[in-house]
Design a protein around this ligand. Structure first.
Ligand SMILES: [Zn+2]
Length: 242
């Protein structure tokens, strides 16, 4: 593994694309030049999945901006990350708040953070979230929608934990999915075992943008980096992945 460059990122432009409900900046890291991005990589839409934000930070440290065409959002839900909650500061699960055709007004049930694999059975989906007062109600959701509309990425990779799988949605290039699956030894699935109404990837597919949900496992950062950085760094170095 190449050495980290500490706090200095090589050439990435940081832009604030909005503010969270509690006023935290929502930041996107953009590559050099003004060309349309080759893709959008996103993490920590769920605040209790903080390791995904750190994993993405490690990618930014390893790929100079001039060698990438990707836009990168390391923390889509900063209030949830700071509070240690899946939801944003208003108690909304952002990944149930997008104005996709699937959005529903009912509260959503998910597994509690950190639940052991063997307890992942439907009866243990006891973590209750609001999907928002209406589709697209949350400032983080609105800002991300505006960012996607502006950048029009040809592919979005949305990192979550802890399901340890790849879920391609829409016309994700098979080569991208296969390369990531092979690099990290991850299974490719066609559903995650339960409905996710109003999910970001549902909205992206409605808009004709392919999305790859990339779920890492429960693990510490060194183990996550060892397993997932090679494929993700390689993806970010591709200037035209689609
Ligand atoms: Zn998640």
């Amino acid at each position: 593994m190449t050495p980290s460059t500490g706090n200095v990122l090589d050439g990435w432009r940081v832009e604030e694309y909005g503010r969270s409900g509690d006023g935290a900046p929502l930041r996107v890291f953009l590559p050099a030049g003004d060309s349309p991005p080759g893709g959008l990589l996103l993490a920590a839409q769920h605040g209790e999945e903080g390791a995904t934000a750190l994993l993405v930070r490690r990618i930014l440290e390893r790929v100079p901006a001039r060698e990438s065409s990707w836009a990168v959002v390391p923390v889509a839900n900063p209030d949830g990350l700071l509070n240690g909650t899946r939801q944003n500061a208003a108690g909304v699960d952002l990944n149930r708040n997008f104005p996709a055709a699937t959005w529903r007004p009912d509260d959503s049930f998910t597994f509690p953070p950190g639940i052991e694999d063997e307890r992942r059975v439907p009866g243990n989906r006891t973590n209750l979230s609001s999907p928002g007062t209406h589709a697209g109600s949350e400032p983080e959701t609105q800002a991300l929608i505006a960012l996607v509309e502006r950048l029009r990425p040809p592919l979005v990779v949305d990192i979550h934990s802890p399901l340890e799988l790849l879920l391609p949605r829409g016309a994700v290039p098979a080569g991208v999915t296969e390369a990531l699956a092979s690099a990290a030894n991850l299974p490719v699935v066609d559903d995650v075992g339960g409905p996710c109404p109003g999910a970001f990837d549902d909205w992206l597919v409605d808009r004709g943008i392919p999305a790859l949900v990339y779920e890492v496992e429960h693990a510490g950062l060194p183990a996550l980096c060892a397993r997932h950085l090679p494929g993700l760094v390689s993806l970010l170095r591709q200037r035209s992945p689609v």
